[in-house]
Ligand binder design. Structure first.
Ligand code: CU
Length: 148
């Protein structure tokens, strides 16, 4: 009887842990390498989450400012602008940040980003009820997508 109860408690705890954790996965993260003097570049990746979350903040020690940008055609011209309220990541559906679409814009670069260099990024996600989840990513720098 005692053993049975212990097992029930363990299962209940396991269930809770699953609910409490968003299981956000970031893969294929890369940053476009820069040439000396270049002030800005883009970071790209794939994000999946088992629950709906919003990518709300990005930061990197390599850049003074990191923003989430979208590409939009305004008057026939492709323009970039910061997403004012972050990027929605639906549950169980991969969202790709790519050079032609939504991307992370890294500005006020601290130094040249050479191909092959590792660039740390910290992604902050907002979950239901305003809880935050932080995911640390090491992106690979290259002049082209190393995952494609
Ligand atoms: Cu941009």
């Amino acid at each position: 009887m005692k053993l049975l109860r212990a097992r029930v408690v363990a299962v209940a705890l396991l269930g809770m842990a699953t609910l409490a954790c968003a299981h956000i996965k970031v893969t294929s993260a890369w940053v476009r390498a820069t040439v000396p003097g270049q002030q800005a570049t883009g970071a790209f990746m794939k994000i999946t989450s088992t629950e709906a979350v919003k990518l709300s903040l990005v930061s990197s020690p390599a850049a003074g400012i990191s923003e989430i940008h979208e590409m939009k055609i305004v008057g026939g011209v492709m323009k970039m602008r910061a997403l004012p309220s972050g990027l929605d990541i639906p549950a169980n559906k991969a969202v790709e940040l790519s050079s032609g679409g939504v991307h992370v814009m890294m500005m006020d670069l601290k130094q040249t980003i050479s191909a092959g260099q590792s660039v740390p990024l910290e992604l902050r996600f907002t979950r239901a009820k305003g809880h935050m989840a932080t995911v640390s990513v090491v992106a690979k720098a290259g002049f082209a997508d190393p995952f494609n």
